[in-house]
Design a protein around this ligand. Structure first.
Ligand code: DON
Length: 568
């Protein structure tokens, strides 16, 4: 009997090993299930803040504001008050979706050729890592506008946690430690970063290290007391601008004082009759691109195509190429240039593209539009999704652009500066830090907003909230969000499965399919043999909530260990 048992155990172990060897690695697909309310963010401190606000009776918008301020302290590589972003709000009472644009703007003194050398070439260092890389920040104005319009509890309460963590410190987890260690040379060039983020001796940290940001705490207190004015005017603004004057940068007091966020009309599209996709309009390219992609995919009729199979990837990659070529050609800040939104999001246009797509051949990228490309830089942005007990929703993505923006802290303000100016097209045909091309529609102009890929999205099923999602990842945000939507709607996956399924990305330029290592190696081989260039890459860090059967199903992307979804 004992022997039999032993054999049984041995067989089970052998069989499990066999299963592991034929099934490539998969990501964790467990999910958080709650009844009442939920927060999914990239940082546990922030998620806890959000949950406390909701439990105290605050609504999703209150929680979003508090989460964003907290992350400006505890997730400093992307959380910010020195950057910008977009917030989609579903307001239950009015049954309306609102799109809030708090994207950075070019300073008034900026001009088209700001990043060009005398010989006409692009100075990427200047565009990405200099004082000129920073756009006029929009985050504080955006958060204050959201709170003023929809908030229900005091601003004072919403900033308390952020101020506490800035004054008393937060503990660096292994993920933060990894990023800070990787960036040590870059960040210690800046005195404030060196002083606040690293140990004096070795520019390193022990796991127990706390990061304390006293200057940032003072700035946050000023916002707590005076709202928008506490950042864009008075002492904080003067200190902020002094830093630009000392470093011969362009941002002035007038730039700060005149910054205003904009409430915009969301981009909407139908997918397969039942679903209404609502996402961010320009200056984000996200909403238009996601609708264009879904329309093409609908016209391709992939219903019977296996998820992540060779045919599936081939078809969708072709759709991605056309969509990103349109992004480069047509998109920019809608306050400055005209954008054919109706055409790009129409079913007819999508059909005309779908008609050109076949798995028998690979569309040459030059056949779509003319070219140029160069390698991309390191990435960071962050997204959070929130739903409250009454059904109000926030889907928000905000950023400094690269991790820690341009690597500078604006003197005494403690504010980390963005390097968003690199999202403009410095010159037609010259790619930005994400390898994205653009033309005069996205060229630099005073007070213009740079084109973005950030795509905070809310999906409705038969008019009822269904899915809240978004992601960091620069140019790959659009395709990560797309795949969450497709996985849930077309493949009936749980939000856990949808978030952990392997992703792929093509952005027209470069002519490469970026694929995650969890894809079936056989499929990768077949795609290579067909003539696709393939590179391995991690794609996206989604934060999603699915509303189904009167329950909330939440999933923070398993690709990032700091992420945290909680509900009650
Ligand atoms: O707005 C954009 O599209 C970029 N600035 C976002 C940067 C980003 O997502 C970096 N992240 N991983």
């Amino acid at each position: 009997m004992i022997l039999k048992n032993k054999n049984y155990i041995l067989l089970t172990i052998l069989f499990s090993c066999f299963l592991v060897s034929i099934h490539h690695a998969t990501l964790d697909s467990s999910e958080v299930i709650s009844k009442t309310a939920m927060v999914a963010s990239q940082d546990e401190y922030a998620t806890d803040t959000g949950i406390s606000i909701l439990k105290e009776g605050g609504n999703a918008i209150d929680a979003a504001v508090a989460v964003a301020y907290t992350m400006a302290v505890t997730h400093p590589r992307a959380g910010n008050i020195g950057g910008g972003g977009f917030m989609m709000i579903y307001h239950k009472q009015s049954d309306q979706v609102y799109a809030l644009d708090f994207r950075e703007k070019a300073p008034k003194k900026a001009y088209r050729d700001l990043f060009l050398n005398e010989d006409g070439s692009v100075d990427n260092e200047k565009a990405r890592f200099s004082i000129f890389s920073a756009g006029v920040p929009g985050t504080v104005a955006g958060l204050e506008a959201a709170h003023q319009r929809f908030g229900s509890i005091s601003r004072e309460r919403l900033l308390n946690d952020a101020i506490y963590y800035a004054e008393n410190g937060f503990i660096v987890d292994s993920d933060q430690k990894k990023v800070l260690t990787k960036k040590v040379e870059f960040l210690t060039k800046d005195n404030q970063f060196k002083k606040h983020f690293y140990n004096k001796k070795k520019n390193s940290f022990s796991p127990k290290n706390k990061i304390v940001q006293k200057n940032l705490a003072k700035t946050l207190k000023s916002i707590q007391q005076q709202g928008k004015k506490g950042f864009y005017e008075g002492k904080v603004a003067e200190n902020f601008v002094s830093f630009f004057e000392e470093n011969k940068g362009l941002i002035t007091l007038d730039d700060l004082k005149s910054y205003e966020p904009v409430w915009r009309k969301p981009i909407q599209g139908k997918y397969k009759d039942q679903y209404n996709i609502v996402s961010m309009p320009p200056p984000s390219s996200g909403g238009i691109a996601i609708i264009e992609l879904l329309n093409i995919i609908e016209a391709l009729e992939l219903e019977n195509t296996k998820h992540n199979s060779v045919d599936y990837i081939h078809n969708i990659v072709e759709a991605m190429k056309y969509t990103y070529a349109d992004r480069a050609t047509h998109l920019g800040d809608q306050d400055f240039v005209s954008i054919p939104i109706e055409m790009l999001t129409s079913k007819e246009y999508a059909k005309s593209i779908a008609n050109q797509i076949s798995t028998k051949n690979i569309t040459a990228i030059k056949a779509i539009k003319p070219d140029l490309f160069e390698d991309s830089e390191s990435l960071e942005t962050t997204h959070f999704s929130i739903i409250d007990k009454d059904g109000n929703i926030v889907s928000c993505t905000y950023t400094l652009n690269f991790a820690f923006g341009n690597g500078m802290i604006a003197g005494k303000t403690g504010v980390i500066l963005n390097n968003e100016m690199d999202d403009f097209s410095a010159k037609p045909g010259s790619p930005n830090g994400f390898g994205l091309l653009g033309n005069e529609k996205n060229e630099i102009a005073p007070e213009k907003r740079m084109l973005s890929s950030m795509s905070p999205t809310i999906v409705f099923q038969n008019e009822k909230p269904f899915l809240i999602t978004g992601s960091p990842g620069g140019s790959t945000i659009i395709t990560s969000v797309l795949q969450i939507i497709l996985n849930v709607i077309d493949y009936d996956m749980t939000i856990g499965q949808a978030s952990s399924a392997a992703r792929f990305h093509h952005q027209w330029f470069p002519d490469i399919i970026f694929m995650e290592k969890e894809h079936n190696p056989k499929n990768i081989e077949i795609l290579k043999n067909k003539g696709f260039k393939i590179e391995n890459r991690r794609l996206g860090i989604t934060q999603s909530i699915l509303v189904k059967d009167n329950s909330l199903f939440g999933k923070s992307d398993p690709r990032n260990i700091s992420s945290s979804t909680k509900g009650y």
